[in-house]
Design a protein around this ligand. Structure first.
Ligand code: MLT
Length: 395
């Protein structure tokens, strides 16, 4: 062929982090078929969907089989019934949204990856360690990235003062953070919003883990005054309602967001989605609406509570062994320091070989993650308890 490919792909790692882990685990399992592996690597949920969600999906599927209630293509940015449910959820945080600012999608990952489509040549600021999609999607687009490092010293919550050159940029923030579980408080987030407004920056705020927040911390960046003029927020039903296999999420692009030439980012995102995305299926949108209903919230929160208990069990082991960690309280992730100055892939191998536990090496989330390791609380209670026993034995 004489076609040219996107050379920027040469700048990303050959394999996506979780594909790399899956292939290493497959190889290990082939060599050791008897190993009883406990998978606490990728943050995938294990509890089934809430009953009210299943019922809504079944009812909606039945509607699709009847001439009078059958539906074809959904509206580009989602059915109004689901947008209204999302807007109602935001009202509980004191945030008022116009339905035109809400875009329903098949999950936060796609939206985060696709948002680069509407942005031009900008400086990009990304905290490290962080969800690899931010870095990869910007590298794929040939964007310049500056890294701001999280560390034990700053509690893995870098602040604007860690940016060397104060100028406009697209800044990614994930809070509660994946992978560290650390979460910004209101004052810290206020500092970020003020910095963005002052420099004319855009914050892309990933709130996929907000349902895990128990302390008095913001669930949404729009709880901070002025954020509607500098932030896009991306969220998901994956962790909150167990939709990792169902696929549904949303992105908020406020009407007040205007680029330097006055272009509306809301209009651009609408245009991008209308061209490249054909919406989320009707049964899934009904299921998502049910998850946000009063009954749905109670049922989904029971599941979150279950994962929280898992996190507390894991945290107890690390406490008793004097291991430094962040997260595990407002987040399903525990981010621990590898023992004995081990590298994070070295600790990955040790855990796999000696305890048959799969986790995620911190280095996979960026250089600042070297020497750290992520364990998820999304396992079953039984496997988490067994993991705790094994961890206590090798730490
Ligand atoms: C993770 O383990 O970091 C997440 O499950 C990945 C994702 O949400 O795409």
């Amino acid at each position: 062929m004489n076609i040219k490919v996107n050379d920027n792909f040469k700048n990303i790692k050959e394999t996506y982090l979780f594909s790399e882990i899956a292939s290493r685990v497959r190889a290990y399992k082939e060599a050791h078929p008897e190993a009883d592996l406990i998978r606490l690597g990728i943050g995938d949920v294990t509890l089934p969907l809430a009953p009210v969600v299943v019922k809504a999906m079944q009812d909606a599927s039945a509607e699709m089989g009847v001439k009078e209630t059958f539906r074809g293509y959904p509206p580009e940015s989602g059915y109004e019934f689901l947008k209204q449910a999302v807007s109602d959820r935001y009202s509980t945080f004191g945030v008022s949204l116009d339905l035109s600012e809400i875009f329903i999608s098949d999950g936060a990952k796609s939206d985060i990856g696709n948002l680069v489509d509407i942005l031009g040549e900008n400086d990009i600021v990304i905290p490290d360690p962080v969800y690899p999609v931010y870095v990869d999607s910007n590298l794929m687009n040939g964007n310049r990235i500056s890294i701001i490092s999280g560390s034990k010293e700053n509690g893995f919550l870098p602040m604007p003062d860690s940016i060397t050159e104060k100028k406009s940029a697209v800044i990614y923030i994930c809070s509660p953070n994946n992978p560290t579980g650390a979460a910004y408080n209101r004052d810290q987030l206020k500092e970020w919003v003020e910095y963005a407004l002052e420099t004319g920056s855009l914050i892309i705020y990933d709130s996929a883990y907000e349902a895990f927040v128990v302390d008095d911390l913001p669930h949404s960046i729009y709880e901070i005054e002025g954020a509607e003029r500098c932030a896009i927020e991306v969220c998901s039903f994956s962790k909150f309602a167990g939709f990792t296999g169902v696929r549904c999420g949303w992105t908020i692009v406020p009407q007040a967001l205007k680029a330097e030439d006055g272009t509306s980012l809301n209009k651009m995102w609408f245009r991008r989605q209308a061209t490249k995305f054909n919406g989320v299926s009707y049964p899934v949108q009904r299921a998502a609406q049910a998850a946000l209903s009063e009954e749905g919230m109670v049922q989904c929160m029971e599941n979150i509570e279950y994962y929280r208990k898992n996190a507390a069990l894991l945290a107890d082991v690390f406490d008793s062994k004097g291991v430094f960690y962040t997260g595990g309280r407002n987040s399903p992730y525990i981010w621990l320091e590898c023992p004995d100055n081990m590298g994070s892939w070295e600790f990955f191998d040790k855990l796999l070989n000696e305890a048959h536990i799969v986790g995620t090496p911190g280095e996979g989330f960026g250089e600042a993650g070297e020497g750290f390791f992520r364990i998820t609380a999304f396992g079953t209670r039984e496997s988490t308890e067994e993991a705790c026993r094994r961890l206590a034995g090798i730490l």
